[in-house]
Design a protein around this ligand. Structure first.
Ligand SMILES: [Fe+2]
Length: 238
C-alpha cells in the first residue's frame, strides 16, 4: 500500500502492487522453515560481508573518506537507533524448483539467465539504512512476514557518485519520494536501483521476504511486462 508519494512521481516506478498472490503456500513453507532455523535448510547464504570487505580494500583514500562522511550523516539521521542485521540465501535447486512450480511462465522467462531466487531475513534492530542494491535492479517481491514496516524511496536532487561497497547516498542530495507499507503474500515490483530504506522494525520481529531478483531489468520494465500479462489483476494505486 502506497501511503505517500511526491505528486510529480509515478509510485509504480518504485513499488507496484501487482495484486498477484501465486506461490503463497510455498512461501509459507519457506517462512516456517526459516523461522525454525532448520539446520542445513538453506545452505547457500549470500556472504555479503566478505564481498564488502574485498571491495572496500580497493577503494581510494578519497572514496573511503567520502563513504565515512556519508555513514556519519546516516548515523546522525537515525539518532540512537540500531541498524538491523540482514541475511540472504539463494534458494537451493530443490526449493527453487518447488517454489517456481507455482509461478507463471511469463514471469520465469523474464531474463531467466540473470535472475536469482532469494530469501532475506532482517532482524535485531530498528531500521535498514538508505542504500541502492548492487546485485539487483528490480525484483518481484513477496513479503512472508513483516511488522508493517515502512519502505521509503528517494531520488537525487543533485548528481553524486555511487560508491561501493556501502552504496549509501549523500543524504544532502536526495529527497524522499515514495513510502509504502508492503502487505504479506502479495507480489510487488520493487525498485532496488533507486535509493531505498526501511524503518519501523519491531523489537524481536523478523521481516522475511522471497524475491525473484532481476540483475538487469529495471522496475519500469518489469511493471510493463506484469501489466501486459495481468490486465485484470488490479487497478488503481496500491
Ligand atoms: Fe535493498
Amino acid at each position: 500500500m502506497i501511503v505517500a508519494h511526491k505528486p510529480d512521481v509515478n509510485p509504480d516506478d518504485y513499488c507496484y502492487d501487482t495484486g498477484l498472490k501465486f506461490g503463497s503456500a510455498a512461501g509459507k513453507y519457506l517462512l516456517e522453515k526459516i523461522l525454525m532455523r532448520q539446520a542445513g535448510f538453506l545452505p547457500d547464504a549470500v556472504d555479503n560481508k566478505q564481498a564488502y570487505k574485498e571491495t572496500a580494500k580497493h577503494n581510494t583514500f578519497s572514496n573511503t573518506k567520502e563513504i565515512l562522511r556519508r555513514k556519519k550523516q546516516n548515523k546522525e539521521l537515525n539518532n540512537d537507533l540500531t541498524h538491523i542485521t540482514s541475511d540472504q540465501w539463494v534458494l537451493p535447486e530443490d526449493l527453487r524448483k518447488a517454489f517456481h512450480k507455482d509461478l507463471p511462465a511469463w514471469l520465469l522467462g523474464l531474463d531467466a539467465d540473470t535472475t536469482r531466487t532469494l530469501v532475506q531475513m532482517s532482524h535485531g534492530g530498528d531500521y535498514f539504512s538508505i542504500h541502492s542494491d548492487s546485485k539487483r535492479c528490480s525484483s518481484m517481491f513477496m513479503l512472508l512476514q513483516g511488522q508493517e514496516q515502512e519502505t521509503h524511496w528517494y531520488r537525487n536532487t543533485e548528481a553524486f557518485e555511487i560508491l561501493n561497497p556501502a552504496r549509501i547516498p549523500d543524504h544532502d542530495k536526495i529527497e524522499h519520494v515514495v513510502t509504502a507499507v508492503i502487505r504479506p503474500y502479495r507480489w510487488y515490483v520493487f525498485n532496488h536501483a533507486a535509493w531505498h530504506g526501511v524503518s519501523g522494525f519491531v523489537d524481536g520481529g523478523a521481516r522475511v521476504h522471497v524475491s525473484l531478483d532481476f540483475k538487469k531489468l529495471s522496475a519500469q520494465e518489469v511493471v510493463k511486462v506484469v501489466k501486459a500479462n495481468t490486465p485484470l489483476a488490479r487497478s488503481g494505486p496500491c
